[in-house]
Design a binder for this molecule. Structure first.
Ligand SMILES: [Zn+2]
Length: 400
């Protein structure tokens, strides 16, 4: 969608804009201790293979949420412990700030590649995705606690398994269903854009099973799973672009046991994405519709489907209000569609108006160059505080 700003300027009331400016100024003054918090989180490995680190991060953000004036809960279970912090207010409506405290990096990365300030950026594993976003949410909660609190609750939900969850929604989705808005703390893009839409995604393994045989003595008895799967992969590749935004990416292929043997097994991992969940479901069906290869059978396994974060009138309204606050703060905040998924996909699919990209400006997620822009931190915190305040005021005006 087009990058339009300012349409919502009138919607964010003057009180919300004042709250945004005040928060931005406060956080600007307190940037040094805030950066130390980010460093503290980044120093802890919290990938899928570091359950103790994930618990430690949950504990720390819980501690800081209490300091900010929140009540906290820890929800243990499969996938690790989620932390829910609740700031109560004097109005109506619930706004949920959604994040995760796991990263994609293996244990040892934090020591190998520690937090560093380089020119205008801070770098470190998980800093943009999304430890910087969590610290930003906590700073925003602390500012909101000092303000007029025109909401019933603002809640920070941080889950422990966003990057590695094989199936299904995040742990607290059921508690989010009746929220007025979900604001996701993935980073704002390098140019300041927020994320209004995300693709649906599906991972799966396509397996082929044939019959092995000696390549010299009985090649005719073999049924090559490798060749059959190669042909099917080319067929799948041709699905690219057949629906709106549909991409089909074969990420891995494994087959073969030894030189001189007809391979009896082959498997490929396939990633499907499209703007509409139904189009990904269609592509999944197509992938499974394999042709006949005599003596070879196919099977799909490990299917994991994430719904799209599609925009609707209510999420566009959220964006318009955010754009009004951003304009007041003098920062860019266009609206962007992203091919990557986040837990915002689940809240949006559950019908809750969802806006993403409300963390600090940053990028190069999942890579050694991952960074956040330090100077964006106060402004983006102001944006979040202004947005929450505006939504609360809006909601309470409607309710009055
Ligand atoms: Zn993330």
């Amino acid at each position: 969608m087009a990058s339009v700003q300012g349409g919502g300027h009138e919607m964010a009331s003057r009180r919300a804009l004042a709250a945004a400016s005040a928060a931005s100024a406060v956080v600007d003054r307190e940037l040094a201790p805030i950066l130390r918090r980010i460093e503290e989180l980044v120093r802890i490995d919290s990938g899928g293979d570091a359950p103790v680190g994930r618990e430690r991060v949950a504990d720390l953000i819980g501690e800081w949420a209490v300091e900010a004036g929140c009540d906290i809960e820890f929800l243990a279970g499969e996938g690790g412990t989620a932390m829910v912090a609740t700031l109560s207010g004097y109005g109506q409506g619930r706004i949920v700030l959604l994040g995760h405290h796991d990263t994609v990096f293996p244990a040892g990365t934090a020591a190998e590649r520690p937090f560093v300030l380089r020119e205008k950026s801070a770098l470190g594993p998980g800093i943009a995705d999304m430890k910087g976003g969590l610290v930003l949410a906590l700073a925003a909660l602390s500012c909101l606690a000092e303000g007029e609190r025109p909401f019933a609750t603002v809640e920070l939900h941080s889950v422990a398994d966003e990057e590695s969850r094989p199936h299904g929604a995040f742990k607290t989705l059921d508690r989010v269903r009746d929220a007025d808005a979900v604001l996701v703390l993935e980073c704002a893009r390098g140019n300041g854009d927020l994320v209004l839409e995300r693709k649906s995604q599906c991972n799966l393994r396509l397996m082929a099973r044939g019959r092995s045989a000696h390549a010299g003595t009985h090649p005719e008895q073999g049924r090559s799973a490798l060749l059959a799967l190669c042909r099917e992969i080319l067929r799948c590749d041709a699905l690219n672009g057949m629906r709106d935004g549909l991409t089909v990416t074969v990420g891995t292929f494994h087959s073969g046991m030894a030189f001189g043997v007809v391979p009896d097994e082959a498997e490929a991992e396939i990633d499907l994405r499209a703007w509409a969940t139904a189009d990904v479901a269609w592509a999944l069906e197509q992938v499974g519709a394999t042709s006949v290869h005599e003596g070879v059978s196919f099977e799909t396994e490990g299917v994991s489907l994430w719904p799209a974060m599609a925009a609707d009138a209510r999420s566009r309204h959220l964006y318009e209000v955010a754009a009004g606050v951003a304009q007041h703060l003098g920062i860019p905040a266009g609206a962007r569609r992203s091919g990557g998924t986040s837990d915002g996909c689940w809240s949006a699919a559950a019908g809750v108006p969802t806006l993403d990209g409300l963390g600090p400006v940053g990028g190069h997620d999942h890579s050694p160059d991952e960074y956040i822009e330090v100077a964006s931190f106060p402004e983006r915190c102001g944006l979040l505080v202004g947005l929450v305040t505006a939504l609360g005021l809006d909601r309470n005006t409607v309710a009055e």
